[in-house]
Write a protein that binds this ligand. Structure first.
Ligand code: PEP
Ligand code: MG
Length: 898
C-alpha cells in the first residue's frame, strides 16, 4: 500500500505531485486539494501527505504504527529536504515544517495542527542567521513550543498565555508585538521550563534527559510525536461529537500533511488570510474574507487580532502584487472547481503562497444565489444548479426572522455572521447552554469568541453572540454550518464569563445570565428583550431554484395538515394537495369534552347528541380545509388514535382524588371522580398502539366514521354549490385485511350516496387506505381491489416492522444502537431498507390488484431528503410531509430524478 504522496515541485522546478482532488478519501480534503492546486500550477509550498488509511490502521492497532510506515515517512522527509535544499533541524539554515490534519470531510477546527516544527536550541540560531531577524526567530520558536505542548502534550494553553502576560506586564507593554527579541528568548527558556514541569516523565520516558523531562531537541522525535498527535486528534471528543452532528463516518481517519512553512509574520510585506471566492453568507459575487499583516495563520481564525477586509489587500504597499495575483487565483480556482472556493493563503515577503482550498461552506441563501448566478454565467448547468443546494439546508431559510412590525430598540450591532433570528436567555458558557436546554429553556450563547470546546453549547443554543472575531471566526463558520443564527464581533460588549454577565460599554446596561436577548444574524442586530419572530416567505432565489426543481421531479409533493392555516401555508410552499389530514387533531380544545362524553357514556341518546355536535364542528373544519385547497386533493383520514388519548390519565385523576380527600371535598364529587377513574381504567390497554385504534375503532363504533364521512361529504357538497371544486378523498387507517377495508368502504359509500341525494349534488369521493402494517403490505394485491389509493404510513410501518414502540425507543435505546452501530441511523427519521422493501412490495402488489392505484407516503419520512430519494426509486406517486418541509421535498425529489 502507498502510504505517502508528495506534492509541489522538486529542486529543478519539476512538478512531482502524486495526488489530485479526487483522492479525498485517501489524502483528506486538504491533501487532495493541495495536490490539485500544485497540479494546476498554483504556488503551493512543497510537502507530502500521509494517508487517512494509515491513521485508521494506527488507531485500530491501539496507536501503534503499521509495519514500514515510519520508514516511508522518513524517505519522503529526506526527499522533501532534498527538494528544498534545507534540512529540518539544521543549525545553519533549517527547514521548518507544518504538520496539519485533513480529513476527507471538512471538520473546521476540530483536529490538530503544529506549526514551526524543526526548531530547537541550535536551529533557532540558524534561522536567525538566515533571516537576519532575531525577533522573528525567537517568536517562531516560542510559538512552536507553545503549540507542541498544547496540541501534542495536552498542556493547558493558559500556562503559556499567562507567562506572556506576565512578561508584557514586566516590560510595561500592551501587545505581543512590542516584546523584543530578548524578551522572546527569555520566554522560550520559560516555556521549556513549563514543559519540563508539566509533562509527565512516566507517560513520556522518551523525553527524559538527565533524569528530567526536556523539550525534544531531535527533529525526528518532534515530527513523529506531532504526526501521532494529529492521528490521535481524529478521536478527540470534540471531533467525535462533530462527526455525530454532521453524520460523518467514524472510520474515515485523517490524513497528515507535512509541508514547508511559509511565514506571514516576517514583517510588513508579509500577511496571512482566509477568503472565499464569493460571499458565503449571501452569495454575492465579491471577494470575501480577512487578512492580517505580519501574522501567522491561526491568528486570523482565532479572532485574536482584528482583521482587514480582503478587498483592501491590493492597495497596501508591499502587498499589491500578491494581492492582485490572489484575485487571479480566485478566478482560476472557481473556473477549475466550477464552484465557490474557500482559501487560506500566506504572503511571505511579497510572495503569495496557497495553503489550502476547498469548495466553501455557505449558508442556504448563499447556496441558492451562487447556484443561480453560476448557471447564468454558464459555469454550471441547470441540473447542477438544482443539485448544488442541500435540501436539509433549506430549513435555514425557513427559519424565523424578526417581525417587521415588532417594536424594539437596538442594543448593539455586530457582524451578520449567520442568518436567522434567535430569542433566548443569555448564557455565558457552553455547559450552561446545555443545562438551560435540559431544563427546557431556550438560550443564546454569549461568548468572547467560541472555540471547538464550545460545540455542545453551540448546538444547544438558539443562537450565538460573540464580542470578538470576524466572519471567518470559529463562531461564524460553525454557526453557518449548523444553520444557527449568529452575530459576532459585537465589540461594545464586555463579557465576564466568570461573573456570567456582559456590560455594554459607555452605558450602565448589564446583561445577566437568563436575561432575554434577541439577535438577528441576517442583519447583525442585538436586542435586549424578546422580539416577536415570524416565518419568512418563499421568494427570490428559493422560488427560482424550486421552480427549476419542479421541471425535473417526477414525485408529487403534498402536505400533512389539519387546519386551514397550515393548508394555506402548504399551498404557498408549493404543495399539490393534502396527503394526510389527521382528523383527531380536530378534537382538541373544547371538542375534547364532546368526544369524552361520547366515549364515557353508554347511553345511546347522550352518545348521539355528542356525535351530532361533532358533526357540526367537523363539517366546518372540512369546509375550511377544502376551500383552502380548492381544486387540489385533500386526503382526510378517519379517526385513528386509541381512545384513551382523548381521556385524562388515571394517574392524574388518582392524584386529584387524593388532593380532594385531603382538603375535605364533597364526598359525592369524590365518588364521581372515582367512578370516572375506574371507567377510564377499565378501558386501558396494555399496548394501545396495537389495540383498539385505526379502522378497528370505526368497526366497533360505526357511528364515528359515519359522522366523519357525512361531514366530509356535506362540506364538499356545500362548496360545490358555491361553485368551488373541492376534492376530498377518504382514507381508512390501520387496515390489515381486505375485509376490514371492504366493510369500511361500504359504510363510506352508503353515507356519501345519502348526502349526495340529500344535497342534490354529484359526489365522487375516492376511498383508499393506509398501508402501515406488514400484513397490509404483503397482501396489498387483495387490499388494492377495494382501494382507489394507498398511502404508506411509514411511522406505524416502522413501528410494526421492527416491533419498536415509536413513542419510546428513540429515547430508550436507539441512541445506544446508533453509538454501537447496530443501526446506521434512526429508522423513524430516515426510512429503513427493510421497511422500504415492504413499501416496494406494497406498491407492486397493489398495482396487481388495481392498475389505477395512486400510491403515496405520509409518514415523517416523506420530509426526509434521503427517504424521498428512496421513495422516488420505488416509484411512488407522491410524498406528503409537514408544511415547512414541502420546499425541501420538492428539491430532494428533483435531485432524486436528476
Ligand atoms: C404513519 O403511521 O406513518 C402515519 C402517517 O400515521 P400516524 O403518524 O398518524 O400514525
Ligand atoms: Mg399511522
Amino acid at each position: 500500500v502507498k502510504r505517502v504522496y508528495a506534492f509541489g515541485k522538486d529542486a529543478e522546478g519539476n512538478n512531482v505531485t502524486e495526488g489530485n482532488k479526487d483522492m479525498k478519501n485517501i489524502l483528506g480534503g486538504k491533501g487532495a486539494n493541495l495536490a490539485e492546486m500544485a497540479l494546476i500550477g498554483l504556488p503551493v509550498p512543497p510537502g507530502f501527505t500521509i494517508t487517512c488509511q494509515t491513521c485508521m490502521e494506527y488507531a485500530n492497532a491501539n496507536n501503534t504504527w503499521p509495519e514500514g510506515a515510519l520508514d516511508t515517512i522518513q524517505e519522503y522527509r529526506l526527499d522533501l529536504e532534498k527538494r528544498i535544499g534545507k534540512r529540518i533541524g539544521d543549525a545553519e539554515d533549517p527547514l521548518l515544517v507544518s504538520v496539519r490534519s485533513g480529513a476527507p470531510m471538512s471538520m473546521p477546527g476540530m483536529m490538530d495542527t503544529v506549526l514551526n516544527l524543526g526548531l530547537n536550541d541550535e536551529s533557532v540560531y540558524g534561522l536567525i542567521k538566515h533571516t537576519d531577524n532575531a525577533r522573528f526567530s525567537w517568536d517562531s520558536y516560542r510559538r512552536f513550543i507553545q503549540m507542541f505542548s498544547n496540541v501534542v502534550m495536552g498542556l493547558d494553553g493558559d500556562l503559556f498565555e499567562n507567562a506572556i502576560t506576565a512578561k508584557k506586564l514586566a516590560r510595561g507593554v500592551k501587545s505581543d508585538t512590542e516584546l523584543s527579541a530578548e524578551d522572546l528568548q527569555e520566554l522560550v527558556a520559560e516555556f521549556k521550563q513549563i514543559f519540563s514541569q508539566n509533562v509527565s516523565a512516566e507517560e513520556h520516558p522518551e523525553l527524559v534527559v538527565d533524569g528530567a523531562v526536556a523539550f525534544p531537541q531531535n527533529p525526528d522525535v518532534q515530527l513523529k510525536l506531532a504526526i501521532e498527535a494529529v492521528f490521535g486528534s481524529w478521536n478527540n471528543p470534540r471531533a467525535v461529537l462533530y462527526r455525530k452532528q454532521n453524520k460523518i463516518a467514524d472510520d474515515l481517519g485523517t490524513a497528515v500533511n507535512v509541508q514547508c512553512m511559509v511565514f506571514g509574520n516576517k514583517g510588513e510585506t508579509s500577511a496571512t488570510g482566509v477568503a472565499f471566492t464569493r460571499n458565503p453568507a449571501n452569495g454575492e459575487k465579491e471577494f470575501y474574507g480577512d487578512y492580517l499583516v505580519n501574522a501567522q495563520g491561526e491568528d486570523v481564525v482565532a479572532g485574536i487580532r482584528n482583521t482587514s477586509p480582503i478587498a483592501e489587500l491590493k492597495h497596501v504597499d508591499g502587498l499589491q502584487e500578491a494581492g492582485k495575483e490572489l484575485e487571479g487565483v480566485f478566478t482560476i480556482l472557481e473556473n477549475h472547481y466550477r464552484d465557490m472556493c474557500d482559501i487560506e493563503f500566506t504572503i511571505e515577503q511579497g510572495k503569495l503562497w496557497m495553503l489550502q482550498t476547498r469548495v466553501g461552506k455557505r449558508t442556504a441563501a448563499a447556496a441558492l444565489h451562487i447556484a443561480i448566478e453560476m448557471e447564468k454565467e454558464g459555469l454550471i448547468t441547470k441540473e447542477e444548479a438544482v443539485c448544488r443546494v442541500d435540501p436539509a439546508q433549506l430549513d435555514q431559510l425557513l427559519h424565523p426572522q424578526f417581525d417587521k412590525n415588532a417594536n424594539y430598540d437596538v442594543l448593539a450591532r455586530g457582524l451578520n455572521a449567520s442568518p436567522g433570528a434567535a430569542v433566548g436567555g443569555a448564557v455565558f458558557s457552553a455547559a450552561d447552554a446545555v443545562k438551560a436546554v435540559e431544563e427546557g429553556k431556550k438560550c443564546v450563547l454569549v461568548r468572547w469568541e467560541t472555540t471547538p470546546d464550545d460545540l455542545a453549547g453551540m448546538i444547544a443554543a438558539e443562537g450565538i453572540l460573540t464580542s470578538h472575531g470576524g466572519k471567518t471566526s470559529h463562531a461564524a463558520v460553525i454557526a453557518r454550518g449548523m444553520g444557527a443564527p449568529c452575530v459576532c464581533g459585537v465589540e461594545q460588549l464586555k463579557i465576564d464569563s466568570e461573573k456570567k454577565e456582559a456590560a455594554l460599554t459607555g452605558t450602565d446596561i448589564v446583561i445577566h445570565e437568563g436575561d432575554m436577548i434577541s439577535l438577528d444574524g441576517t442583519t447583525g442586530i442585538v436586542v435586549l428583550g424578546a422580539v416577536d419572530l415570524v416565518m419568512p416567505e418563499l421568494t427570490g432565489d428559493l422560488d427560482t431554484i424550486l421552480e427549476w426543481a419542479d421541471e425535473y421531479r417526477r414525485l408529487g409533493v403534498r402536505a400533512n395538515a389539519d387546519n386551514p392555516a397550515d393548508a394555506q401555508l402548504s399551498r404557498d410552499f408549493g404543495a399539490e394537495g393534502i396527503g394526510l389530514d389527521r382528523t383527531e387533531h380536530m378534537f382538541l380544545g373544547e371538542r375534547k369534552q364532546i368526544i369524552q362524553t361520547f366515549i364515557l357514556n353508554e347511553d345511546e341518546e347522550v352518545r348521539k347528541e355528542a356525535v351530532e355536535q361533532l358533526f357540526e364542528a367537523q363539517t366546518g373544519d372540512f369546509y375550511g380545509m377544502f376551500k383552502a385547497m380548492d381544486g387540489l386533493p385533500v386526503i382526510v383520514r378517519l379517526l385513528d388514535p386509541p381512545l384513551h388519548e382523548f381521556l385524562e390519565s388515571p394517574r392524574a385523576l388518582d392524584v386529584e382524588i387524593a388532593r380532594m380527600e385531603a382538603t375535605g371535598a364533597d364526598a359525592k364529587e369524590i365518588a364521581a371522580k372515582r367512578e370516572l377513574m375506574d371507567k377510564i381504567d377499565s378501558m386501558a390497554e396494555q399496548n394501545p398502539m396495537l389495540g383498539l385504534r385505526g379502522c378497528r375503532l370505526g368497526i366497533v363504533y360505526p357511528i364515528l366514521p359515519e359522522m366523519q364521512v357525512r361531514a366530509i361529504a356535506t362540506a364538499a357538497a356545500k362548496l360545490k354549490k358555491e361553485g368551488l371544486d373541492p376534492k376530498p378523498e377518504i382514507m381508512i387507517p390501520l387496515v390489515s385485511t381486505v375485509k376490514e377495508l371492504d366493510k369500511m368502504r361500504g359504510v363510506a359509500e352508503r353515507v356519501i350516496a345519502e348526502v349526495a341525494e340529500e344535497q342534490g349534488v354529484e359526489l365522487e369521493l375516492p376511498i383508499g387506505t393506509m398501508i402501515e402494517l406488514p400484513r397490509a403490505a404483503v397482501t396489498a394485491d387483495e387490499i388494492a381491489t377495494k382501494a382507489d389509493f394507498f398511502s404508506f404510513g411509514t411511522n406505524d410501518l416502522t413501528q410494526t416492522t421492527f416491533g419498536f414502540s415509536r413513542d419510546d425507543v428513540e429515547a430508550e435505546f436507539i441512541p445506544q444502537y446508533l453509538a454501537e452501530k447496530l443501526l446506521p441511523y434512526n429508522p423513524f427519521a430516515t426510512v429503513d431498507p427493510g421497511v422500504a422493501k415492504l413499501v416496494k412490495m406494497g406498491v407492486e402488489l397493489g398495482h396487481e390488484g388495481n392498475p389505477d392505484l395512486v400510491c403515496g407516503v405520509c409518514g415523517e419520512h416523506g420530509g426526509d431528503p434521503d427517504s424521498v430519494k428512496t421513495f422516488h426509486k420505488i416509484g411512488l406517486d407522491y410524498v406528503s410531509c409537514s408544511p415547512y418541509r414541502v420546499p425541501l421535498a420538492r428539491l430532494a425529489a428533483a435531485q432524486a430524478a436528476i
